[in-house]
Design a protein around this ligand. Structure first.
Ligand SMILES: [Zn+2]
Length: 184
């Protein structure tokens, strides 16, 4: 464990339990947030890089055999997860049967976890296929699981507590990992 400054940034208020979770220099996924330099898996794809590190470092909620669930660094809403294959494929039709089945299973588990952790009222699920359709990282497909609430008042208690997003993501990841279901 390397040492780090007590105060990570400006006026975030008094130290608390969540603060201990926030070790941004160790979050590999965030360090790798730069866009890939090309379409290949060796071109700096953050979704290929993430599983090589610990769940905490990469904000991974759960790992399956062929897919995993990870927090979105640029959430549309609190608890926004993505489910994706380990394999670097761009198009949904490229998934094999096992990946297709587990992607669907993990989507269901993500919904269950979000309902347990947050009482989500609804969800937006979906994949943007190709940059023309709005995919930020088009070369590595990912299914968005976005929880919604009536009026979208946000459940995450830390939202009102601090605006420091990495801390929020680290804490949200743990909340969801703790309630990740064995079966959907
Ligand atoms: Zn990739």
């Amino acid at each position: 464990m390397t040492s780090e400054p007590e105060q990570q940034s400006g006026p975030v208020g008094e130290p608390d339990g969540f603060g201990r979770l926030w070790t941004p220099h160790r979050i590999a996924y965030i360090q790798g947030e730069n866009k890939p330099t090309g379409p290949g898996s060796g071109d700096g794809c953050p979704f290929c890089e993430a599983p090589k590190h610990s769940d905490e470092e990469s904000l991974i909620v759960a790992r399956g055999t062929s897919v995993f669930a990870i927090m979105n660094l640029y959430p549309y809403n609190g608890g926004h997860m993505m489910v994706m294959p380990y394999r670097h494929v761009a198009d949904y039709t490229e998934l094999d049967d096992a990946e297709t089945a587990e992607l669907a299973l993990f989507t269901k588990k993500a919904m269950t976890a979000l309902r347990k952790a947050s009482g989500a009222h609804g969800f937006n699920l979906g994949m943007n296929q190709g940059s023309a359709a709005g995919a930020g990282i088009a070369a590595h497909l990912h299914q968005h699981v976005v929880p919604r609430w009536g009026g979208d008042t946000n459940f995450m208690p830390v939202v009102g507590h601090t605006k420091v997003l990495p801390q929020l993501l680290a804490d949200t990841r743990k909340m969801l990992a703790d309630v990740w279901p064995e079966s959907a």
